[in-house]
Design a protein around this ligand. Structure first.
Ligand SMILES: [Zn+2]
Length: 477
């Protein structure tokens, strides 16, 4: 039997980063009491009139620009009709033809280091459904409509993937771009970036597509990869036995590392799409498009190259790119203190862990970029040694303020005055004649004892380099 080749396409649902829903002014906030962010529009009351959220349209167009799509000046919303308890209107408002964006794509590097271009078919706007909550104890199903009407874009690729590795690479890259553009907050655990995988097998070298299965709602890169690996083996086994692959929707169960049938094609919906009569067309004017283009930030790939060029390590670069608004903070700090490595180190070692703990972006912390740059400057000009700077950080992060003033108030300004350090060193040597003799007899390790004593005496403020030099000179004389 000839080798089978997987053919994979993706549909990625991404929640747009808006404060309010797609067609009403209810908040998109998650985690509140059920049904507290609802109104007549998003709960599907008859006669309620939707109004399109302009910010959602801008974000969708922005995603299209970054992914090389054609952004249509005019697209329309359609009703996608189906019945489900979490969809009270009886239809989802989506886009069939034309969608807001068409074409485009993203280049990825495959496992062998080769470059592959994954084509996009389209990006369209749509609203999310509510949520059914199954109460096992009472044997009831409850409906929470807080999520109903939340704006999404669906990004549809062509079936260009040939392995799970390529899919994971693509998802990571796409996620980084959309988060960087602030199109989405991208929180995977909240389902803000989730994908459906369409996968079929065919004999390698042939063109005709095999029967495909769809794996729904994967909200982790790793699970997407595992689900694909499982499905390649399962479908391959069916072909080996000469059994047909049934076109169906499947779910991935991470606990058992397998996919399971959810519903077959026979039960599939006929959505009877038709233009949503209550909404005007979505219009992206050339002026709006020009403004969005002008506002487009550097994309992750470009930022990465620049930061490496500026002397940051690959690890630091990855951390900065991974955290929301961290690069923005870094760039602002650099305007005041042009020492990329120092700024990056302070961010990676101190600021970003603290922000992560408090679940805030660095731009929202009480220590603004100017403050971090000021702290770095005090280290650069030897006013603060590393230890003192790191000791001051928690207070600066909690309360903000001027690092120089805080250092003065705490009495930790570094002593770089050779006279003052010599005076302290002389006293310490005189008080510890045994250790001094050991040093002179060749036990050079004892030097660290003297450095420790001097740092203690100076309350950590002595310039460590100078302290070392002075002690060696005095001990050797
Ligand atoms: Zn509403």
């Amino acid at each position: 039997m000839s080798r089978m080749e997987p053919v994979i396409g993706l549909e990625i649902h991404t929640q747009l980063n808006t404060a309010t829903k797609l067609f009403c002014s209810c908040a998109t906030e998650v985690g509140d009491q059920p049904n507290t962010h609802i109104c007549e529009v998003c709960s599907g009351q008859p006669g309620a009139l939707p109004r399109t959220n302009g910010r959602a349209v801008e974000l969708a167009a922005k995603a299209g620009l970054a992914l090389g799509c054609k952004v249509n000046e005019r697209s329309i919303f359609s009703r996608k009709n189906y019945f489900y308890p979490d969809l009270p209107a009886g239809f989802q408002t989506s886009q069939l033809d034309p969608p807001i964006c068409e074409g485009g794509g993203l280049e990825i590097v495959d496992e062998d280091g080769g470059k592959r271009f994954i084509r996009l078919n389209r990006i369209h706007l749509e609203d999310d459904a509510g949520k059914c909550v199954h109460d096992e104890q009472r044997g009831q199903t409850l409906v929470d409509l807080n999520r109903a009407g939340t704006p999404l874009i669906e990004i549809v690729t062509e079936p260009d993937f040939r392995s799970s590795g390529e899919v994971m690479e693509f998802l990571k890259k796409l996620h980084a771009i959309l988060v960087r553009l602030e199109v989405t907050q991208g929180r995977l655990e909240e389902g803000e970036f989730r994908c459906d995988v369409n996968i079929s097998l065919r004999p390698a070298g042939t063109e005709k597509l095999g029967t495909r299965c769809e794996i729904k709602n994967l909200n982790s890169f790793r699970h997407a990869g595992q689900a694909i690996e499982y499905e390649i083996i399962r479908q391959g086994g069916l072909y080996d036995k000469g059994e047909p692959v049934i076109q169906e929707t499947r779910l991935f169960d991470p606990a058992h590392q397998e996919t399971r049938a959810l519903r077959s094609k026979e039960e599939a919906h006929d959505y009877r799409y038709f233009p949503q009569p209550d909404l005007p067309p979505v219009v992206v004017t050339p002026e709006l498009l020009a403004r969005l283009k002008a506002e487009m930030p550097e994309l992750p790939e470009e930022v990465k190259a620049r930061l490496l060029e500026e002397g940051l390590t690959a690890e630091q670069t990855d951390v900065l790119l991974d955290r929301r608004r961290a690069v923005e903070y870094y760039d602002l700090a650099l305007k005041i203190l042009n020492e990329p490595k120092r700024v990056a180190t302070l961010m990676v070692e101190l600021l970003l862990p603290a922000c992560q703990r408090d679940d805030i972006s660095p731009m929202d912390s009480k220590l603004p970029p100017e403050g971090l740059a000021a702290l770095g400057k005090l280290m650069a000009d030897n006013t603060l040694n590393r230890r003192a700077a790191y000791d001051l950080f928690p207070e600066l992060f909690e309360r903000g303020g001027d690092p120089a003033e805080l250092a003065k108030a705490k009495g930790v300004i570094q002593i770089s005055d050779a006279g003052a350090i010599t005076a302290m060193a002389e006293e310490i040597i005189a008080a510890n004649p045994d250790q001094a003799r050991q040093y002179r007899e060749g036990q050079e390790k004892v030097l660290s004892f003297f450095v420790g004593q001097l740092m203690k005496r100076s309350k950590g403020a002595a310039n460590p380099k100078l302290a070392n030099e002075v002690l060696v000179k005095l001990l050797k004389s």
